[in-house]
Design a protein around this ligand. Structure first.
Ligand SMILES: *[C@@H]1O[C@H](CO)[C@@H](O)[C@H](O)[C@H]1NC(C)=O
Ligand SMILES: *[C@@H]1O[C@H](CO)[C@@H](O)[C@H](O)[C@H]1NC(C)=O
Ligand SMILES: *[C@@H]1O[C@H](CO)[C@@H](O)[C@H](O)[C@H]1NC(C)=O
Ligand SMILES: *[C@@H]1O[C@H](CO)[C@@H](O)[C@H](O)[C@H]1NC(C)=O
Ligand SMILES: *[C@@H]1O[C@H](CO)[C@@H](O)[C@H](O)[C@H]1NC(C)=O
Length: 254
């Protein structure tokens, strides 16, 4: 497994800082309220709620002590990447193309619209959504917001990729997972079955190559690791989509 924390390797010293009565390494941990040490996970310095550490993107802290999961998103949404410690993979819109979700300056959404009069404009009119990827949550899984009958279902493939089905087909590769994937309101899109969240992985052969990062469930068992040159931990954040009249979705994603 080749996991490189992009933007993270340059700082390799093991300096210890003081947090109240505890020593901690400021490259891997954060000191909250001058007394609680919490880890930095997937580019997020965890917050403190009483003595617990938590992610702002998964919980709220009630009464200064009780962790409460954020509500599930109930609107169509887009994903944006997050890792405050790795600028190469931070703050990119996530797109769907080639039956996988990915991002980076070299990425784009791939949509298809049949040439049917009643669908005119859904894909190709200026200003309509051709460069965004709109997802739907619910029932512990996710799907793509499409017009095509039957929709397109999201899943994690047996190799660890964040994939979706073809239009007109419910078939997924053997060993795929489509449950345990949650999207929180104003929070994160998470795979509850991954030990470490998501990884962004890219192949970079030439210096002038425009970056494209695939998104994988960050698990020990993922078989695609060797295929990539570099991977970085990343969070996926949910941004509710401002869909006028709910119609600005493509017929299908390719
Ligand atoms: C991506 O494109 C933006 C805008 O052109 C640029 O500022 C940024 O440096 C690029 N990022 C990478 C990683 O290529
Ligand atoms: C999509 O394209 C519009 C119009 O060109 C642009 O303003 C917008 O920033 C793009 N959105 C994304 C997520 O790339
Ligand atoms: C799933 O996603 C991975 C990573 O992006 C990709 O390599 C793979 O081809 C996709 N699998 C399917 C069945 O689309
Ligand atoms: C899918 O996997 C299950 C369990 O490993 C196996 O029993 C089944 O034969 C497989 N199906 C196909 C079509 O490969
Ligand atoms: C949305 O629906 C309203 C009311 O039906 C209509 O007036 C408006 O033009 C629609 N907007 C678009 C962008 O289609």
């Amino acid at each position: 497994m080749k996991i490189t924390l992009v933007g993270f390797l340059l700082v390799a010293s093991a300096v210890a800082d003081q947090c109240g009565s505890h020593e901690y390494n400021p490259e891997t941990h954060v000191c909250n309220d001058n007394q609680y040490v919490c880890p930095i996970l997937s580019g997020e310095a965890l917050a403190s709620c009483g003595e617990s550490c938590y992610s702002y993107f998964e919980y709220s802290c009630d009464n200064g002590k009780d962790l409460v999961p954020l509500p599930a998103v109930d609107k169509p949404f887009e994903l944006v990447t997050y890792n405050l410690y790795a600028p190469d993979v931070h703050d990119f819109p996530v797109y769907a193309c080639g039956h996988r979700l990915y991002f980076g300056n070299g990425s784009a959404t791939c949509t298809y619209c049949p040439n049917m009069p009643q669908l005119h404009g859904l894909c190709n009119d200026p200003g309509l959504i051709t460069n965004r990827t709109i997802l739907l949550g619910g029932s512990g899984g996710y799907g793509l917001a499409t017009q095509v009958p039957g929709g397109q279902r999201g899943f994690i493939g047996p190799e660890g990729g964040l994939n979706y089905t073809q239009a007109h087909s419910a078939s997924v590769p053997n060993g795929s997972q489509y449950d345990g994937i949650l999207a929180y309101q104003q929070g994160a899109f998470i795979d509850t079955k991954s030990e470490f969240g998501w990884a962004a992985c890219g192949q970079f052969n030439a210096d002038d190559e425009v970056p494209v990062w695939d998104i994988l469930a960050f698990r020990k068992a993922v078989v695609l690791w060797d295929y990539y040159d570099v991977c970085a931990e990343v969070k996926l954040l949910v941004v509710e989509a401002d869909l006028e009249n709910g119609t600005y979705v493509p017929w299908q994603y390719e």
